[in-house]
Design a protein around this ligand. Sequence first.
Ligand SMILES: *[C@@H]1O[C@H](CO)[C@@H](O)[C@H](O)[C@H]1NC(C)=O
Ligand SMILES: *[C@@H]1O[C@H](CO)[C@@H](O)[C@H](O)[C@H]1NC(C)=O
Length: 302
Amino acid sequence: MDLKSPKFNLLFFLICLSATTISAASRGGIAIYWGQNGNEGTLAETCATGKFPYVNLAFLNVFGNGANPELNLAGHCDPASGGCVSLTSDIRDCQKQGVKLMLSIGGGIGRYSLSSKLDARNVSLYLWNAFLGGKSQSVFRPLGDAALDGIDFDIELGSSQFYDDLVRYLKSYCKRNQRVYITGAPQCPYPDRLMGAALNTGLFDYVWVQFYNNPPCQYTSGNTTNLINSWNLWSRSLRAKKLFLGLPAATQAAGSGFIPADVLTSQILPVIKKSPKYGGVMLWSKFWDDQSGYSSSIVSTV
Ligand SMILES: *[C@@H]1O[C@H](CO)[C@@H](O)[C@H](O)[C@H]1NC(C)=O
Ligand SMILES: *[C@@H]1O[C@H](CO)[C@@H](O)[C@H](O)[C@H]1NC(C)=O
């Protein structure tokens, strides 16, 4: 078959599309970031807790503008020397348990930006071939053969430009009925300064808004008003499949915005769960959650 024929493209598109309808989970789940502290247990251990249906591997913090992309997994392993290839078996274990794994790109420390639409396309091909379902002989796969489920956007530095293009390119790839999930962690002031345009594509599956380090839209001791108002604005405005409440897993995990577990479960979750887009709670991070036990205190209510 001629791969360029419109008929083939339509078929391909429909296969990708049909896979998008399968995901509906009726109750909420906890998404967690793993990767930025070597003392937070392995990826396999994280999935084996059974508490996290979504795990974001953080971070690919150098990419775009001609840069040689760099994955940083702190003390876990050294991606550059091939030290993280063995994570492939962890990735497969996690996926067998139904956990979705995303590669998180960006973060608070790094060197990343997209210089053009062409650059966005180049980065999308790199992500597809190095971490997702693509296999190109010439691209090294830092996490080995296993394909992650998607890409998480945590764009906190630089410019907002061309991330909408990157999202569109990524979303156009799929293999054997396996589509690419697109997730993101914008800051709670709406719309997000750097990710607003990308979010406006309407192509995000899960959006875990950071309701911390942002006093105007977060919980402040004893007062849920700003947080709930901001959640409602996101819930009304965002075109995405599911919306998550992103929180620090411990007081020390962020500059501000920590919510005691009993306040979350008694005063906040009952309100935000009424939103049709409610997907659950996102926590930063596995390391801090290990210290505080936060996810164990909230998981039955999420
Ligand atoms: C394309 O991306 C690769 C990383 O996969 C990078 O090394 C290269 O410099 C990029 N090319 C251009 C023209 O930006
Ligand atoms: C909570 O915060 C809101 C917004 O800052 C304020 O209007 C309200 O009075 C506060 N409520 C209480 C009980 O302090």
